[in-house]
Write a protein that binds this ligand. Structure first.
Ligand code: SF4
Length: 378
Protein backbone atom coordinates (compact mmCIF):
# COMPACT_ATOMS: atom_id res chain seq x y z
CA UNK A 1 0.00 0.00 0.00
CA UNK A 2 1.20 3.49 -0.79
CA UNK A 3 1.04 5.52 2.43
CA UNK A 4 0.65 8.90 0.82
CA UNK A 5 -2.00 11.58 0.31
CA UNK A 6 -2.06 15.13 -0.98
CA UNK A 7 -0.84 18.01 1.18
CA UNK A 8 -1.23 21.75 0.55
CA UNK A 9 1.56 24.28 1.15
CA UNK A 10 0.51 25.99 4.39
CA UNK A 11 -1.43 25.91 7.66
CA UNK A 12 -1.69 28.44 10.50
CA UNK A 13 1.03 28.33 13.20
CA UNK A 14 -1.56 27.07 15.69
CA UNK A 15 -2.15 24.00 13.47
CA UNK A 16 1.48 22.89 13.40
CA UNK A 17 0.63 19.48 14.88
CA UNK A 18 -2.74 19.02 13.16
CA UNK A 19 -3.65 16.37 10.65
CA UNK A 20 -3.72 18.18 7.28
CA UNK A 21 -6.42 17.22 4.78
CA UNK A 22 -6.48 19.09 1.49
CA UNK A 23 -10.14 19.87 0.78
CA UNK A 24 -9.51 22.31 -2.11
CA UNK A 25 -6.42 23.28 -4.07
CA UNK A 26 -4.92 26.78 -3.97
CA UNK A 27 -6.81 30.08 -3.72
CA UNK A 28 -9.94 31.06 -5.69
CA UNK A 29 -9.01 34.77 -5.41
CA UNK A 30 -5.22 34.67 -5.66
CA UNK A 31 -4.78 38.40 -6.28
CA UNK A 32 -3.63 39.88 -2.95
CA UNK A 33 -0.45 41.83 -3.60
CA UNK A 34 1.26 40.86 -0.34
CA UNK A 35 0.75 37.11 -0.90
CA UNK A 36 2.73 34.74 -3.09
CA UNK A 37 1.68 31.38 -1.70
CA UNK A 38 -0.54 30.19 -4.54
CA UNK A 39 0.58 32.51 -7.35
CA UNK A 40 0.79 30.63 -10.64
CA UNK A 41 -1.43 27.84 -9.28
CA UNK A 42 -5.00 27.32 -10.41
CA UNK A 43 -7.79 26.97 -7.87
CA UNK A 44 -9.58 23.60 -7.91
CA UNK A 45 -12.41 22.09 -5.94
CA UNK A 46 -11.60 18.47 -5.16
CA UNK A 47 -14.30 15.81 -5.58
CA UNK A 48 -15.62 14.64 -2.20
CA UNK A 49 -14.72 11.03 -3.10
CA UNK A 50 -11.09 12.07 -3.60
CA UNK A 51 -10.93 13.90 -0.24
CA UNK A 52 -12.49 10.87 1.46
CA UNK A 53 -9.86 8.64 -0.13
CA UNK A 54 -7.14 10.82 1.44
CA UNK A 55 -8.88 10.51 4.82
CA UNK A 56 -8.98 6.72 4.41
CA UNK A 57 -5.26 6.72 3.60
CA UNK A 58 -4.60 8.80 6.74
CA UNK A 59 -6.52 6.13 8.68
CA UNK A 60 -4.45 3.35 7.06
CA UNK A 61 -1.28 5.18 8.15
CA UNK A 62 -2.65 5.42 11.70
CA UNK A 63 -3.38 1.66 11.65
CA UNK A 64 0.11 0.94 10.35
CA UNK A 65 1.68 3.01 13.14
CA UNK A 66 -0.40 1.04 15.64
CA UNK A 67 0.94 -2.22 14.15
CA UNK A 68 4.48 -0.84 14.43
CA UNK A 69 3.77 -0.08 18.07
CA UNK A 70 2.97 -3.76 18.76
CA UNK A 71 5.87 -5.01 16.66
CA UNK A 72 8.35 -2.68 18.40
CA UNK A 73 7.40 -3.57 21.95
CA UNK A 74 5.39 -0.40 22.68
CA UNK A 75 2.32 -2.52 23.49
CA UNK A 76 -0.05 -0.65 21.15
CA UNK A 77 0.89 2.79 22.57
CA UNK A 78 0.48 4.79 19.39
CA UNK A 79 2.19 8.01 20.57
CA UNK A 80 5.44 6.12 21.30
CA UNK A 81 5.43 4.39 17.91
CA UNK A 82 4.60 7.71 16.23
CA UNK A 83 7.65 9.31 17.87
CA UNK A 84 9.84 6.49 16.55
CA UNK A 85 8.39 6.82 13.03
CA UNK A 86 9.13 10.59 13.01
CA UNK A 87 12.83 9.79 12.52
CA UNK A 88 12.34 8.05 9.18
CA UNK A 89 8.87 8.52 7.66
CA UNK A 90 8.29 6.95 4.21
CA UNK A 91 6.34 9.99 2.92
CA UNK A 92 5.35 13.56 3.85
CA UNK A 93 1.81 12.33 4.56
CA UNK A 94 3.16 9.59 6.86
CA UNK A 95 5.20 12.24 8.70
CA UNK A 96 2.09 14.42 9.08
CA UNK A 97 0.02 11.58 10.55
CA UNK A 98 2.87 10.51 12.88
CA UNK A 99 3.35 14.08 14.12
CA UNK A 100 -0.39 14.42 14.63
CA UNK A 101 -0.63 11.16 16.60
CA UNK A 102 2.40 12.09 18.67
CA UNK A 103 0.58 15.35 19.57
CA UNK A 104 -2.52 13.44 20.67
CA UNK A 105 -4.44 13.01 17.39
CA UNK A 106 -7.18 15.54 18.19
CA UNK A 107 -6.96 18.48 15.74
CA UNK A 108 -7.48 18.59 11.99
CA UNK A 109 -6.89 21.45 9.57
CA UNK A 110 -8.62 21.44 6.18
CA UNK A 111 -6.42 23.02 3.46
CA UNK A 112 -6.22 25.27 1.21
CA UNK A 113 -7.12 29.00 1.18
CA UNK A 114 -10.93 29.05 1.24
CA UNK A 115 -12.56 25.74 2.12
CA UNK A 116 -15.84 27.50 2.81
CA UNK A 117 -16.26 27.93 -0.95
CA UNK A 118 -17.18 24.22 -1.19
CA UNK A 119 -20.88 23.39 -1.39
CA UNK A 120 -22.09 23.39 2.20
CA UNK A 121 -23.53 19.87 2.07
CA UNK A 122 -20.26 18.51 0.60
CA UNK A 123 -18.06 20.22 3.18
CA UNK A 124 -20.36 18.95 5.96
CA UNK A 125 -20.11 15.44 4.48
CA UNK A 126 -16.29 15.61 4.51
CA UNK A 127 -16.23 16.78 8.15
CA UNK A 128 -18.68 14.06 9.25
CA UNK A 129 -16.64 11.40 7.43
CA UNK A 130 -13.47 12.68 9.08
CA UNK A 131 -15.02 12.41 12.54
CA UNK A 132 -16.42 8.93 11.85
CA UNK A 133 -13.04 7.76 10.57
CA UNK A 134 -11.15 9.22 13.53
CA UNK A 135 -13.31 9.28 16.69
CA UNK A 136 -10.35 10.93 18.52
CA UNK A 137 -10.91 14.22 16.67
CA UNK A 138 -11.95 17.13 18.86
CA UNK A 139 -11.28 20.16 16.64
CA UNK A 140 -11.67 20.74 12.88
CA UNK A 141 -10.54 24.10 11.49
CA UNK A 142 -9.92 25.71 8.12
CA UNK A 143 -9.17 28.94 6.23
CA UNK A 144 -12.00 31.01 4.73
CA UNK A 145 -12.56 34.36 3.04
CA UNK A 146 -14.91 36.90 4.64
CA UNK A 147 -16.74 37.40 1.36
CA UNK A 148 -17.55 33.70 1.09
CA UNK A 149 -18.73 33.63 4.71
CA UNK A 150 -20.87 36.72 4.05
CA UNK A 151 -22.60 34.87 1.18
CA UNK A 152 -23.43 31.75 3.21
CA UNK A 153 -26.89 31.57 4.73
CA UNK A 154 -26.94 31.39 8.56
CA UNK A 155 -28.47 27.89 8.32
CA UNK A 156 -25.54 26.75 6.13
CA UNK A 157 -23.00 27.90 8.72
CA UNK A 158 -25.13 26.25 11.40
CA UNK A 159 -25.04 23.00 9.39
CA UNK A 160 -21.24 23.14 9.26
CA UNK A 161 -21.06 23.84 12.98
CA UNK A 162 -23.35 20.87 13.65
CA UNK A 163 -21.19 18.67 11.40
CA UNK A 164 -18.18 19.56 13.57
CA UNK A 165 -16.48 22.60 12.04
CA UNK A 166 -14.93 24.15 15.13
CA UNK A 167 -13.02 27.19 13.87
CA UNK A 168 -12.40 29.32 10.77
CA UNK A 169 -9.21 31.32 10.21
CA UNK A 170 -9.75 34.46 8.14
CA UNK A 171 -7.16 36.82 6.70
CA UNK A 172 -8.71 40.14 7.67
CA UNK A 173 -5.34 41.85 7.07
CA UNK A 174 -6.80 45.37 7.47
CA UNK A 175 -10.13 47.08 8.06
CA UNK A 176 -9.20 50.18 6.03
CA UNK A 177 -10.97 50.21 2.66
CA UNK A 178 -8.41 52.19 0.61
CA UNK A 179 -5.72 49.79 1.83
CA UNK A 180 -7.86 46.70 1.07
CA UNK A 181 -8.24 48.13 -2.43
CA UNK A 182 -4.55 48.95 -2.85
CA UNK A 183 -3.64 45.41 -1.80
CA UNK A 184 -6.32 43.97 -4.15
CA UNK A 185 -7.84 41.93 -1.33
CA UNK A 186 -11.19 41.82 -3.17
CA UNK A 187 -13.05 42.55 0.08
CA UNK A 188 -14.38 45.65 1.84
CA UNK A 189 -14.48 46.38 5.55
CA UNK A 190 -18.26 45.87 5.37
CA UNK A 191 -17.72 42.36 3.87
CA UNK A 192 -15.32 41.58 6.71
CA UNK A 193 -17.87 42.64 9.29
CA UNK A 194 -20.76 40.82 7.64
CA UNK A 195 -18.82 37.56 7.12
CA UNK A 196 -17.19 37.72 10.54
CA UNK A 197 -20.44 38.40 12.40
CA UNK A 198 -22.18 35.53 10.62
CA UNK A 199 -19.45 33.12 11.69
CA UNK A 200 -19.52 34.34 15.30
CA UNK A 201 -23.32 34.02 15.40
CA UNK A 202 -23.20 30.46 13.97
CA UNK A 203 -21.20 29.25 16.98
CA UNK A 204 -18.09 28.49 14.90
CA UNK A 205 -15.01 29.96 16.57
CA UNK A 206 -13.38 32.75 14.55
CA UNK A 207 -9.73 33.71 14.25
CA UNK A 208 -8.96 36.94 12.35
CA UNK A 209 -5.43 37.64 11.06
CA UNK A 210 -4.05 41.17 10.96
CA UNK A 211 -0.85 42.21 9.18
CA UNK A 212 1.14 44.87 11.02
CA UNK A 213 2.99 47.16 8.65
CA UNK A 214 0.54 46.56 5.79
CA UNK A 215 -0.32 50.27 5.56
CA UNK A 216 3.30 51.28 5.05
CA UNK A 217 4.40 54.79 5.95
CA UNK A 218 1.43 56.28 4.07
CA UNK A 219 -1.53 54.52 5.69
CA UNK A 220 -0.29 53.11 9.00
CA UNK A 221 -2.49 55.25 11.21
CA UNK A 222 -5.75 54.53 9.35
CA UNK A 223 -4.74 50.87 9.10
CA UNK A 224 -4.43 50.68 12.90
CA UNK A 225 -7.61 52.55 13.77
CA UNK A 226 -9.90 51.11 11.08
CA UNK A 227 -8.71 47.55 11.67
CA UNK A 228 -9.50 47.96 15.37
CA UNK A 229 -12.93 49.39 14.49
CA UNK A 230 -13.79 46.40 12.27
CA UNK A 231 -12.55 43.91 14.86
CA UNK A 232 -14.55 45.64 17.60
CA UNK A 233 -17.67 45.06 15.51
CA UNK A 234 -16.86 41.43 14.75
CA UNK A 235 -15.58 40.55 18.24
CA UNK A 236 -13.83 37.33 17.12
CA UNK A 237 -12.47 34.72 19.53
CA UNK A 238 -8.92 35.31 18.32
CA UNK A 239 -6.98 38.17 16.77
CA UNK A 240 -3.72 36.84 15.39
CA UNK A 241 -0.90 39.15 14.43
CA UNK A 242 1.61 38.80 11.63
CA UNK A 243 4.08 41.42 10.38
CA UNK A 244 4.45 42.37 6.74
CA UNK A 245 7.25 40.62 4.97
CA UNK A 246 7.96 41.42 1.33
CA UNK A 247 9.94 39.27 -1.06
CA UNK A 248 10.38 39.30 -4.82
CA UNK A 249 7.74 36.62 -5.42
CA UNK A 250 5.00 39.06 -4.31
CA UNK A 251 3.35 41.70 -6.53
CA UNK A 252 3.93 44.19 -3.69
CA UNK A 253 7.68 43.88 -4.22
CA UNK A 254 7.49 45.97 -7.41
CA UNK A 255 5.56 48.69 -5.56
CA UNK A 256 8.30 48.80 -2.94
CA UNK A 257 10.98 48.94 -5.60
CA UNK A 258 9.29 51.74 -7.58
CA UNK A 259 8.56 53.77 -4.44
CA UNK A 260 4.73 53.46 -4.46
CA UNK A 261 4.81 51.62 -1.15
CA UNK A 262 7.22 52.67 1.56
CA UNK A 263 7.75 50.12 4.27
CA UNK A 264 7.70 51.04 7.94
CA UNK A 265 10.65 50.37 10.19
CA UNK A 266 10.27 47.91 13.09
CA UNK A 267 10.05 50.85 15.48
CA UNK A 268 7.23 52.44 13.47
CA UNK A 269 5.38 49.14 13.36
CA UNK A 270 5.56 48.90 17.15
CA UNK A 271 4.05 52.41 17.37
CA UNK A 272 1.30 51.22 15.01
CA UNK A 273 0.65 48.15 17.16
CA UNK A 274 0.37 50.39 20.21
CA UNK A 275 -2.29 52.54 18.54
CA UNK A 276 -4.09 49.41 17.31
CA UNK A 277 -4.24 47.83 20.77
CA UNK A 278 -5.31 51.13 22.37
CA UNK A 279 -8.28 51.25 19.98
CA UNK A 280 -9.38 47.64 20.54
CA UNK A 281 -12.60 47.34 22.51
CA UNK A 282 -13.53 43.67 22.11
CA UNK A 283 -13.26 40.39 24.01
CA UNK A 284 -10.78 38.53 21.82
CA UNK A 285 -7.65 36.58 22.62
CA UNK A 286 -4.77 38.55 21.13
CA UNK A 287 -2.05 36.20 19.85
CA UNK A 288 1.40 37.10 18.44
CA UNK A 289 2.70 33.61 17.69
CA UNK A 290 4.01 34.40 14.20
CA UNK A 291 7.79 34.41 13.74
CA UNK A 292 7.64 37.74 11.84
CA UNK A 293 6.41 39.67 14.91
CA UNK A 294 9.07 41.67 16.72
CA UNK A 295 7.43 41.42 20.16
CA UNK A 296 5.93 37.96 20.46
CA UNK A 297 5.19 38.56 24.14
CA UNK A 298 2.33 40.92 23.30
CA UNK A 299 -0.44 38.46 24.04
CA UNK A 300 -3.48 38.29 26.25
CA UNK A 301 -7.21 38.25 26.68
CA UNK A 302 -8.95 41.52 25.95
CA UNK A 303 -9.93 43.71 27.62
CA UNK A 304 -8.38 42.43 30.89
CA UNK A 305 -4.80 42.14 29.60
CA UNK A 306 -4.72 45.30 27.51
CA UNK A 307 -2.68 47.23 30.10
CA UNK A 308 -0.05 44.49 30.29
CA UNK A 309 0.19 44.28 26.51
CA UNK A 310 0.74 48.02 26.22
CA UNK A 311 3.28 47.80 29.05
CA UNK A 312 5.31 45.32 26.94
CA UNK A 313 5.42 47.91 24.17
CA UNK A 314 6.43 50.62 26.64
CA UNK A 315 9.16 48.27 27.87
CA UNK A 316 10.60 48.03 24.37
CA UNK A 317 10.29 51.75 23.70
CA UNK A 318 12.01 52.59 27.00
CA UNK A 319 15.17 50.71 25.99
CA UNK A 320 18.15 52.69 24.78
CA UNK A 321 18.63 53.11 21.03
CA UNK A 322 21.49 50.65 21.15
CA UNK A 323 19.48 48.02 23.06
CA UNK A 324 16.54 48.33 20.67
CA UNK A 325 18.86 47.90 17.68
CA UNK A 326 20.45 44.89 19.36
CA UNK A 327 17.05 43.32 20.07
CA UNK A 328 15.72 43.92 16.56
CA UNK A 329 18.64 42.19 14.93
CA UNK A 330 18.66 39.40 17.51
CA UNK A 331 15.00 38.73 16.79
CA UNK A 332 15.52 38.65 13.05
CA UNK A 333 18.49 36.28 13.49
CA UNK A 334 16.30 34.18 15.79
CA UNK A 335 18.79 34.53 18.63
CA UNK A 336 16.15 36.15 20.86
CA UNK A 337 12.52 35.24 21.26
CA UNK A 338 11.41 37.67 23.97
CA UNK A 339 12.61 41.02 25.30
CA UNK A 340 13.81 39.32 28.50
CA UNK A 341 16.36 37.43 26.40
CA UNK A 342 18.32 40.69 26.22
CA UNK A 343 19.56 39.93 29.74
CA UNK A 344 21.24 36.75 28.50
CA UNK A 345 24.81 38.03 28.02
CA UNK A 346 25.90 35.10 25.87
CA UNK A 347 23.15 35.77 23.34
CA UNK A 348 23.71 39.47 23.51
CA UNK A 349 27.36 39.06 22.63
CA UNK A 350 26.41 36.89 19.66
CA UNK A 351 24.14 39.68 18.40
CA UNK A 352 26.84 42.30 18.94
CA UNK A 353 29.23 40.22 16.86
CA UNK A 354 26.58 39.92 14.13
CA UNK A 355 26.00 43.69 14.17
CA UNK A 356 29.72 44.29 13.82
CA UNK A 357 29.93 41.90 10.89
CA UNK A 358 26.79 43.09 9.06
CA UNK A 359 27.63 46.78 9.49
CA UNK A 360 31.24 46.22 8.40
CA UNK A 361 32.50 47.76 11.58
CA UNK A 362 30.34 50.88 12.03
CA UNK A 363 27.90 49.12 14.42
CA UNK A 364 24.70 50.21 12.68
CA UNK A 365 22.43 47.80 10.81
CA UNK A 366 19.95 49.54 8.51
CA UNK A 367 16.31 48.61 7.90
CA UNK A 368 17.08 47.20 4.49
CA UNK A 369 19.35 44.60 6.08
CA UNK A 370 16.62 43.77 8.63
CA UNK A 371 14.04 43.38 5.84
CA UNK A 372 16.42 41.10 3.92
CA UNK A 373 16.82 38.89 6.98
CA UNK A 374 13.03 38.70 7.32
CA UNK A 375 12.64 37.44 3.76
CA UNK A 376 13.98 34.12 4.96
CA UNK A 377 10.99 33.74 7.32
CA UNK A 378 8.37 32.88 4.70
S1 SF4 B 1 -7.09 35.36 -0.30
FE1 SF4 B 1 -5.46 34.64 1.08
S2 SF4 B 1 -4.43 32.98 -0.01
FE2 SF4 B 1 -5.68 34.11 -1.52
S3 SF4 B 1 -4.26 35.58 -2.43
FE3 SF4 B 1 -5.30 36.61 -0.73
S4 SF4 B 1 -3.97 36.30 1.08
FE4 SF4 B 1 -3.31 34.83 -0.53
Amino acid sequence: MEYSFELGPIRPPSEASSLLIRATRNCPWNRCRFCSIYKGQKFQLRPVAEIKQDIKTARAIQDRIKEISWQSGYGGKIELAARMVLNNPPSAAFLNVALWLYAGGENVFLQDANTLIMRTNELAEVIRFLKETFPSIKRVTSYARSKTAARKKPEELAELYQAGLSRLHIGLETGYDPLLKFMDKGITAADHIKGGRKIVESGISLCEYVILGLGGKGMWREHATQTARVLNEIDPDFIRIRTLNVNNTMPLYDEVENGNFIRETDEEIIEEEKLFIEQLDCHSNYVSDHVTNLLQEIEGKLPADKGGMLASIDGFQALSLEERANFRLGRRLRIYRYLDDLSDMRRRELVEQAIHKLSQGNNEVDDKAIHTLMEGFI
